[in-house]
Design a binder for this molecule. Sequence first.
Ligand code: ATP
Ligand code: MG
Length: 471
Amino acid sequence: MKNLPRETTGALEARLARELPGYARRVLDALEDAGHEAWVVGGWVRDALLGVSGHDVDVTTRAPWPEAARVLRAANITVHETGTAHGTVTAVVDGMTVETTTYRVEGGYSDRRHPDEVRFVDDVRADLARRDFTVNAMAFHPARGLLDPYGGRADLVARVIRAVGSPRRRFEEDALRVLRAVRFACRLDATIEPATQEALVACAGELADIAQERIGQELDGILATGRAAWALRHEFAVLEAALPELAPLAGFDQRSPYHAYDVLEHTARVCAGAEEFAGGLPTRALRWAALLHDVAKPACWSVDDSGRGHFFDHPRQGARTLRAVMGRMALPTEVTRAAAALVELHDLPVSATSVSVRSMLAELERRAPGQARPLAFALLDLKRADAVAKAPAFRSYATELDEVGAALRSALAAGPVYRVRDLAVGGEDVLRACGIEPGPGVGMVLEQLFAAVMAGELPNDRATLLAQMRW
Ligand code: ATP
Ligand code: MG
């Protein structure tokens, strides 16, 4: 993350005015020309101050939403009535959307989840006061400049996440903010201000009342920042409240010569390693897999006669837990399937031979059809991260994995067989060559040939395979 540009308020406001996209300017101008105060608010202002462009633009206005919709339409802007119960309409300009919301405050939160009511107000400052963190509670208008009643800009410079108002009350109103605080701390490489941190820990338990889907989105957002390792180390109270399956990892002594850390610190190292080995851009599946690869270790732990710990079947059990977690959080099926395949195979022995890498591809393909190629690289990244997070004496496997990566690349370049349909012969050939009726027998013959090719016993050569069938 770039450092906040050093600039005077005047220079900063001029820069923001320049950088504000034209389509957003049209929405502001349409409202203001009709006499309704309007500001850009939230994420765009925060990111623009940081010098990060491209955030979607949200507008807040004094106009009641039906009036905002009328004025925008009169200016030839398309309007969708997307969230009118909360005062939100979506303006579409040049194919870009701008959420436009009437100034509002939220009423009580008797269920600690949803505001009982929203109340529309006249003062933009009241609207800013309902927002979660100071860095998210700034408004900007090209002519009026930056409105920053809570010191959000100073907190951005200092990289501090601070609740707007009483942290305890704000987290009691909406416990999801607990997880949002961690997400923004990760995203902005920030620390959490002490009173906010204290309230965070005190209120983390209330995440139990929050819809799983919203928790899943925030956790996915934390993983997307690439700083899950930091969150595991510094905000574990919040993470274990959001994802209780993580709780047994803390302090779990593996009693194994392979491991120098408890499962939690090992997991944090694997998350950090996955970022590093995937060049800062791991897939969502790899990030979820890194987080949960050893989640079943405590449950699968046993000690042998010599007092040494073992974790039989933990990859398969871990994949089951991952599917349960990501399923209840309604995360996308494809991501879940890919992540589960990575967890299940994270201890699969692989070596730098064509037979071994093709077998790895086949195992991935079976669990996540169509995703084997990208997942093979992700699996090597996960295994590498796992290796370097072990006790120092067992880290050298990471260099072997470089050779496996090279073998994988050359196998892929050669057009590898790792699915039955990659065979140089098909069902029609079996019918003709073996003279059998269509039915399950055809598949069995193909499976046998496939197994022989996979094992390197036969080449994937049409003439050879046909001859084999006749034989
Ligand atoms: P992101 O890039 O993650 O979307 P954002 O700032 O746009 O960042 P959103 O979750 O889209 O975050 O919310 C937009 C704005 O609405 C926030 O900047 C914040 O001011 C406010 N906000 C969102 N959720 C909450 C909440 N649960 N409590 C208080 N304010 C919130
Ligand atoms: Mg947003």
